[in-house]
Design a protein around this ligand. Sequence first.
Ligand SMILES: C[S@@+](CC[C@H](N)C(=O)[O-])C[C@H]1O[C@@H](n2cnc3c(N)ncnc32)[C@H](O)[C@@H]1O
Length: 329
Amino acid sequence: MTGPVPWETAWQDALYGADGFYRGSAGPAGHFTTASHGPLGAVLAEALLTLAERHGLTRVVDVGAGRGELLSAMARAETDGRALLGVDVVERPVGLDVRIDWLEAPGGAALPDALRDLDGTLVVANEWLDVVPCPIAEVGDDGTLRTVLVDPATGEERLADPLGDADATWAATWWPPPDGGRRPGDRIEVGRTRDVAWADLLARLGSGIAVAIDYGHRRADRPRDGTLMAYRTGTPLPAGEALADADRNRRSTDLTAHVAVDSLAHDRLVRQRDALDELGVTGGHPPRALAGTEPRAYLDALQRASAIGELRRAGGLGDFWWVVVERFG
Ligand SMILES: C[S@@+](CC[C@H](N)C(=O)[O-])C[C@H]1O[C@@H](n2cnc3c(N)ncnc32)[C@H](O)[C@@H]1O
């Protein structure tokens, strides 16, 4: 890719191009930890299975499944024979539990055609939408929101034309000027691409529940500078600089921006800690007496309590949003 291109294009290529970050063999878990991994994943799996059970859902689909970590935790906990399907941009991971089916996706906003007719299904997308690329816009000296171009080879940015009609309408509706108006240099991420990707996923759901879980903001608390950020081996870096380096050193750098959760179609928006409360995943220290009588069970219960604490933590995963859509009869 040569010369300046819209951020959305450079971002899509950096993550999902032939040498894209998410095509690497390490998978997301080789670079960072999410709520799907390890002891946290066991608790999240338990919570989501409870949700599926409460609504009589017989299938779970994980969109942006990484290498199947959350579904593997579900397979270990599952007793009702629910069908499990993972969707991600790579081939079926080697050694994945035979009870889990797999579909390969194009990546970003694009989903595979074979993902359809989802009935009686719980669809989960943990940290998918924040890696669906979107246009970046910045207020120019003339006060107009303009598309930001970036040169992948150098990371240099420049402002181009004013946003097109659909993006400008999205910005006016969902990311309106803050008190005192927009200032030159203010940035926004146009979440329309996420809205469209989510709507496409929902269009495939005949009956059941869809839950997108992600970090995000609502209209009243949008940041002034946007949130586009790069991460390399867990270290945050300015996106342009990281992109230029990633262009030389492929598969090294993640690019992500928080999700405008309220512009996504939803029936409910719930903080993760509240969602876990509703599902009865509330934690608490195990009784100390258990340590003497059943030390193994005590250690397991301690690990579970600590994972629940992490998933509920204010300023951390507890602040994540569950964007919930319910489709019944
Ligand atoms: C931040 S990682 C989260 C992985 C996993 N859900 C977790 O919680 O650890 C985002 C994942 O979404 C995947 N992804 C991106 N676009 C996708 C698409 N259109 N369909 C399926 N997976 C996608 C990426 O390849 C990556 O594995």
